[in-house]
Design a protein around this ligand. Structure first.
Ligand code: HEC
Length: 98
């Protein structure tokens, strides 16, 4: 170990920077959390790609039925992750519920 004091200082400040970013990281992720998936906008981007909005005006389905329709749409190559599927099911069963 023959570090001069400049090298020691830069190792120390690097360490401090890494430590600080580790402290900040959870806060950054925490800040993004409330912006959860918005059912309406996912519906508009994913579902209205293949369907006209009018199609949904005549639809009245329970949440369970919407979930079944969503899984059918996934077989029709509509790609949804768990959060998106949940958010769309919420949105549709409120707006186009029974
Ligand atoms: C890749 C194109 C495509 C996408 C994306 C898509 N659909 Fe469909 N959808 C279809 C096709 C094709 C049919 C007709 C065949 C069928 O009913 O499975 C259909 C039928 C439907 C029906 C009529 C079913 C019934 O029982 O009356 C509903 C409601 C529906 N889709 C809702 C959705 C919703 C909600 C989404 C978004 C999650 C979505 N679709 C995304 C292709 C798509």
């Amino acid at each position: 170990m023959n570090m001069n004091s400049t090298a020691k200082a830069s190792v120390l400040s690097l360490g401090a920077a890494v430590f600080a970013s580790l402290l900040l990281l959870p806060n950054v992720q925490g800040a993004e959390k409330p912006a959860a998936v918005d059912g309406k906008s996912v519906f508009e981007t994913k579902c209205l790609k293949c369907h006209k909005p009018e199609k949904f005006k005549s639809q009245h389905n329970s949440r369970k039925d919407w979930e079944l329709i969503l899984s059918r749409m996934e077989r029709n190559s509509c790609v949804l992750n768990d959060a998106e599927r949940e958010a769309i099911a919420d949105f549709l069963s409120k707006k186009y519920g029974e």
